[in-house]
Write a protein that binds this ligand. Sequence first.
Ligand code: ZN
Length: 345
Amino acid sequence: MRALTLTAHGGLDQITVRSDLPDPELAGPRDVRVRLTAAALNRLDLFVVGGLPGHANAPGWVLGADGTGRIDRCGAEVTDVSVGDRVVINPGVSCGSCGYCLADQQPLCLKFGVLGEHRPGTFAEYVTVPATNVQRIPDSIDDATAAAFTLATLTAWRMVHTRAHVQAGDTVLVQGIGGGVAIAALQICKRIGARVIVTSGSDHKLARAIALGADDTINYRTSDVAREVRARTGKRGADVVIDSGGTDSWAASLGSLGRMGRLVTCGGSTGPMLHTDVRKLFWNQWSILGSTMGSLPEFATIVAELRAGQLHPPVDRVFDLADGRAAFEHLASGAQFGKVVLRIA
Ligand code: ZN
């Protein structure tokens, strides 16, 4: 099969299209194989290319977490989906049998892994996953939208609902609008009825966010975010901050939090190490929450929202699989608003 692969950890010049890889076979009776039509890039893919601590991918590694396509093979024990079904893929794969999995807390599974990082990915003509990792979608949803949907929306859904418990009337600060998780978090918070303030270093991205329903915007290159949030909330501060920037945004995220504020993070795109003044943490009674990916019930919920037309990921640009390296370069530039998608078939 044809796939976008990594020759060795390093720069984007290590990304190569290969057409000599074997088609993947089902690993067990509860697996399905999906013939992919489109896939989408995530910041995670850039981290995999660069190499993550304690984890090395073999040469010829197939990249990619998000994808959509049609099931072309089903294991003998698969009952919920059939060959020919059009599906989106949940990139988080868990063991299915441990206490966390049985309690529907799949992201806590000790064997939890992500497509393209721990298992062969979706930037390929075929991928195999457990049948529980796919959900059917109707033909009315186009390939790029379907491919762009899952990882960012699932991550944002768990952050907003399950971890931060955002309520109607809460003020939520979403840092770094333009990335997939931030845009999904904005849309989910507006569905709940929260007031959403977004930040970006680009006025163009802030204008796009207003069109998606943001109530207020702050350009972090020209304004002090924490001071602006306090000024625009009658000195109260935000109830919730959604942060995936890490090092560069952390001080502004904490400084924007009101009393009993909740800061939820799913990543550190600008760096992993953070500085927190514990006196402010306990005095203000803040909660700092980590979150990653989502559970199978959360996956089912977000795909129901997609089917109902309630959540719609903006697609920035679509590249052919053959131009995959250019797609990575576009993502790395940070210029995009919304998802970068690969057309496979
Ligand atoms: Zn498990």
